[in-house]
Design a binder for this molecule. Sequence first.
Ligand SMILES: C[S@@+](CC[C@H](N)C(=O)[O-])C[C@H]1O[C@@H](n2cnc3c(N)ncnc32)[C@H](O)[C@@H]1O
Length: 248
Amino acid sequence: MSATAAVDLPRGPAKFRTLWRLFRGERTDPEPFYRLLAAYAVEDLDAHHGPLAGQTIADLGCGPGYYTYAFRDRGAHVIPIDNSTDELELGGAPPEGYVLGDAGDLPLPDGSVDGIFCSNMLEHTPSAAPILDEIDRVLKPGGWAYVSWTNWYSPWGGHLMAPYHYLGPKLGPKLYEKRHGKPEKHAYGETLWACHIGATLRLVRSHPTFEITSVEPRYWPWAKFIMKVPGLRELIAWNCVIRIRKRH
Ligand SMILES: C[S@@+](CC[C@H](N)C(=O)[O-])C[C@H]1O[C@@H](n2cnc3c(N)ncnc32)[C@H](O)[C@@H]1O
């Protein structure tokens, strides 16, 4: 995969329509969906923490590197990190300068990065705790982190076995596999786990050095008030974003 080409960003209702259309084709043609998401995310992060040019950013669970390329287009120095060679090579060659490693045991020095981007990785790890510990360790004081994932009770929480996941992480996968066999990707307990908003917020808050600057539903941030309602947020956020600032 080459560097991100200039992407024309739809606005207003057209943004939602375009993302939905591309998401529906994501299984067969993932690149347009992820490139567009990456362009929005990087634009948003430049507005919140920019200029990104010159910043050192770790892209945790980078996969084939859509976000890494979008950050680099803004002049950031990016360290793409993933623990799977298959995922790194999904788009062809892995992103330049990639590090094969575990986000829960980062091969990075303490206080060495300005920003951490961690998109759609938490639900693919058995526990968010070591990831958050490592984010805390490697961020510089004053640094930022963007942590976003598909929470379990989101309509897409079970990934290919949705909507069986609504039966819970024990019964849901068991019943799905009995009726349909193992999902093609992300079998529960192998590369997919139940990651909830409330529990993850409690983990983040257990770090005295972290300030939560915002909790939002990723695709409808204007409805961020729903994130204050336990239970409801688990059902309708779809994808939760926690923005963190490391205190000085
Ligand atoms: C669904 S993909 C997300 C890719 C990209 N960040 C995005 O948002 O499109 C999840 C990625 O996280 C990686 N991953 C899962 N657990 C990890 C861990 N403990 N350390 C590093 N990478 C991990 C997987 O290999 C995979 O590439």
